[in-house]
Design a binder for this molecule. Structure first.
Ligand SMILES: NC(=O)c1ccc[n+]([C@@H]2O[C@H](COP(=O)([O-])OP(=O)(O)OC[C@H]3O[C@@H](n4cnc5c(N)ncnc54)[C@H](O)[C@@H]3O)[C@@H](O)[C@H]2O)c1
Length: 419
């Protein structure tokens, strides 16, 4: 067991990763200042509220705020440790967009003092942690940074990637094993001091670039395996076979574990992170590129199948159930379900497309809100009125819909829920 962390922590970015991390620290007695550029987020957190849905997070935030352990501000403060948990999307050419990370590093630079720890939690291409050190160093030539003062660094910079599963974040943030990659071994040890405050899983120390790459390959591994399942679903459709039955039987082999197909791959991790590897080693990433293409094609395949079915009805009503990027979360980013609905609604503007998702709270996400032939309905009504029912996300609430009458309707179940 190493030394215990002592001091204040500033968490930059109060989203799905940053806010749970802030709560995990604050509820264990650490003073945490949450920093975000979005004033609405600051307002919500300051009042003890969570601006998105994540089980068990709300009670943690309200408790930590009430105890005065968690505060929120738009101004980056002086602190003994900084955790950067800002977005790392890709640019239109699919290169990594590190502008948020750079902005965070530049916010930290004027406030940081010798002895501080800087942790990059955002999923990043190899070399980004070193860039953080350089960006801070460029604004603070008075500080000995690890990229140019190996043994005697004054600021400890490390990458500590996050591998939580939305919907289970508050459990996994504590129980998952955690990889910590310092720019030096001392940086790793200092960062580990902080995570030992709440992490119950094993803490595995390595160097920064290895930690960056290990996080990226976790998501690339998922992407390749999902692509295999998605390709199987398209093969089986062409061969008039039930893909769920084919996979179920193949998975009885003791060393085979094929994943479930779906309407594509969504969220802002799995469809994004493989591009960071492809960008870093473009000549040797044929498989990763092919997997991305298969998964990106799947929403088009689903939409085309639905559009083809709709042609046999005179005035069809198409009901699409589920819009979030995965089941039982309110995260609609990069959702293949939204893409499917957009493709159907724009290909057949004269057709009514009913959508339903229990996690829509307020406005309809994406471009769908602007499409005049798309309407939000409760699931039971949408099914009742439909000629074609398309299940896009296996929200718990939709599972019981199989008991309603599907008679005479075309049912396209992309997740195999009603089989
Ligand atoms: N969501 C997940 O399940 C998950 C899992 C593992 C890793 N990650 C990675 O974690 C990182 C953050 O993801 P997220 O889902 O929490 O994103 P998010 O969009 O939910 O939250 C990011 C927050 O950062 C804020 N922000 C942007 N620029 C800022 C700045 N300069 N200073 C302070 N705040 C700033 C935004 O306003 C937003 O509130 C990404 O790199 C992502 O790939 C996410």
């Amino acid at each position: 067991m190493g030394k215990a962390f002592n001091g204040r922590v500033a968490v930059l970015g109060l989203g799905y990763v940053g806010l749970p991390t802030a709560v995990a620290l604050a509820t264990r007695g650490v003073d945490v200042i949450g920093v975000d550029v979005n004033p609405k987020t600051i307002e919500a957190v300051s009042q003890g509220r969570v601006p998105f849905v994540e089980p068990d997070l709300a009670v943690g935030v309200s408790g930590a705020v009430a105890l005065g352990r968690l505060t929120a501000t738009t101004e980056t403060p002086e602190a003994e440790a900084y955790i950067i948990a800002v977005p790392t999307p890709f640019n239109p050419d699919r290169s990594a967009d590190l502008t948020y990370v750079k902005a965070a590093a530049e916010q930290i630079a004027p406030r940081i003092q010798p002895g501080a720890i800087v942790i990059l939690e955002s999923t990043s291409p190899p070399g980004t942690t070193e860039k953080v050190s350089r960006w801070i160093g460029a604004l603070r030539p008075d500080l000995k940074m690890p990229h140019n003062h190996d043994g005697m660094t004054e600021v400890h910079v490390a990458h500590c990637p996050e591998r939580v599963l939305p919907g289970r974040i508050m459990i996994e943030i504590v129980t998952n094993d955690r990889v910590i990659g310092g720019m030096t071994s001392r940086c790793s040890e200092r960062a580990a001091e902080l995570y030992r405050v709440f992490a119950q899983g094993e803490i595995l120390l390595t160097d920064a670039a290895t930690a960056e790459m290990s996080k990226l390959i976790e998501n690339a591994y998922r992407d390749v395996n999902i692509a295999f399942a998605n390709e199987l679903s398209m093969i089986c459709e062409e061969l008039h076979l039930d893909v769920w039955e084919v996979i179920r039987l193949a998975n009885r082999h003791p060393r085979v574990n094929i994943l479930s197909p779906g309407p594509g791959v969504g969220g802002h991790c799995i469809p994004v992170d493989p591009w960071f590897i492809i960008g870093a080693a473009p000549g040797v990433t044929k498989l990763l590129r092919a997997a991305r293409e298969v998964n990106d094609h799947k929403p088009h395949h689903v939409a085309n199948a639905v559009i083809a079915s709709s042609e046999r009805f005179r005035e069809p009503v198409i009901s699409c159930l589920g819009l979030s990027f995965k089941a039982d979360v309110d995260d609609f980013r990069e959702s293949p379900a939204i893409e499917v609905v957009e493709l159907i609604a724009s290909a057949r503007p004269e057709v009514t497309v009913l959508i339903s998702d229990p996690f829509i709270n307020g406005s309809i996400p994406g471009r769908l809100g602007e499409m005049s032939n798309v309407r939000l309905e409760p699931a039971a009504d949408a099914v009742e009125r439909a000629d074609i029912v398309v299940l896009l996300v296996e929200h718990e609430k939709f599972r019981s819909l199989r008991h309603t009458r599907f008679g005479g309707k075309v049912v396209y179940d992309t997740r195999g829920v009603w089989n």
